[in-house]
Design a protein around this ligand. Structure first.
Ligand code: SF4
Ligand code: SF4
Length: 334
């Protein structure tokens, strides 16, 4: 059976990551939302419609992902989703912490939404709740069950950090039980809250990542789940590419900023802005100028904000390049 489409992490992909508000009911310890840089406005339905139309016109075959904060806290998420469908977006995904406010599940149909994508950072409340908040595991898994029982396709996002990598191997079984079709494994980024508390308490080592993540991905694929994960450490025989140059990703925030790379989001170096309902490119220097720097370490933004990821040889050259966090490996079930 052909799977529905959703966000695609590959070169030539077009993804519109649309943060329609920054408010959230949770206070995850590793939250990347930074109201100083992203604003705290809740966009009006009118503005959401206008901005959706701008990107639909600009990009054929774009996937839109509604995000927050918690997007289901927005009272107009349902009409926003229907507008995106009417505008012809290739796929519509809602990233949620699972609380599913404003009866969103009853106000849209599986024809309107391709995927509800649930964020959970542990296979048990004991691992998840210290990261995401007391009760968040139960709320999220209940949200998944409700969505799946009403015929929606569901995916799950797990952010790997020092706090939960030991539990990743328990996720495939849980995903299977919940009826999840796609699994997105991502690595913690040292931005937002983690940037304040320091990389050491969050980042996993190269060996931990390579020994754990590909194996778990294989195990999930073997039970019918499509898995997407970042390579992080690029093998020598693979060419480094920066999605800022080879893909079309737009991270839209309620204060009108439009970034092209999530690792830039703590800094006012966004490539574009929405002004008077026009998408305007900003003058130099902005993130785009950084993407063009060709450095032996691979990802420029990784070198700037999380250099502890890079391992150097005795001669001072990097052991391997750090891959782009937006160009990922996908394993599909046989
Ligand atoms: S659910 Fe998302 S937006 Fe809300 S606090 Fe957690 S990481 Fe931040
Ligand atoms: S993560 Fe690095 S390689 Fe990817 S778009 Fe950002 S700067 Fe470019």
């Amino acid at each position: 059976m052909q799977r529905k489409r959703t966000v695609t992490f590959s070169s030539n992909a077009t993804n519109i990551f649309f943060h329609i508000l920054t408010q959230c009911n949770l206070k995850c310890r590793h939250c990347y939302i930074n109201p100083e840089q992203h604003g705290n406005q809740k966009l009006t339905l009118q503005t959401i419609r206008e901005w959706l139309a701008i990107f639909a016109k600009k990009n054929k075959n774009a996937n839109v992902i509604f995000l927050g904060g918690e997007p289901t806290l927005h009272p107009d998420l349902a009409p926003a989703i229907k507008e995106a469908r009417q505008l012809g977006y290739s796929s519509i995904t809602v990233d949620t912490n699972g609380y599913l406010f404003h009866d969103i599940i009853d106000n849209v149909t599986p024809d309107d939404v391709d995927y509800f994508s649930f964020s959970l950072d542990g296979a048990t409340p004991e691992v998840n709740d210290p990261l995401r908040g007391v009760g968040s595991y139960d709320a999220c898994t209940k949200g998944v069950r409700t969505a799946v029982s009403k015929g929606f396709d569901a995916s799950m996002i797990f952010t790997v950090s020092r706090e939960n990598i030991h539990d990743l191997m328990n996720m495939p079984l849980l995903l299977n039980k919940l009826g999840i079709k796609r699994f997105f494994i991502q690595i913690i980024g040292i931005r937002g809250n983690p940037a304040k508390t320091g990389a050491d308490s969050w980042q996993v080592t190269k060996d931990e990542w390579l020994e754990t993540v590909p194996k778990v991905a294989e195990a999930a694929a073997q039970i019918g789940i499509t898995v997407t994960y970042p390579k992080v450490y690029l093998p020598d025989d693979e060419k480094f590419e920066c999605a800022g140059l080879v893909a079309d990703n737009y991270f839209i925030f309620p204060n009108s900023r439009v970034y092209r790379c999530p690792l830039c989001e703590d800094f006012p170096i966004h490539n574009m802005e929405l002004r008077g309902n026009k998408l305007v490119e900003r003058k130099k220097i902005n993130e785009m100028d950084l993407f063009r720097l060709d450095i032996p370490e691979g990802c420029v933004m990784n070198k700037i904000i999380q250099p502890d990821n890079i391992i150097y040889k005795e001669d001072g050259t990097p052991l391997c390049k750090v891959a782009c966090c937006l160009l990922k490996e996908e394993i599909t079930p046989a």
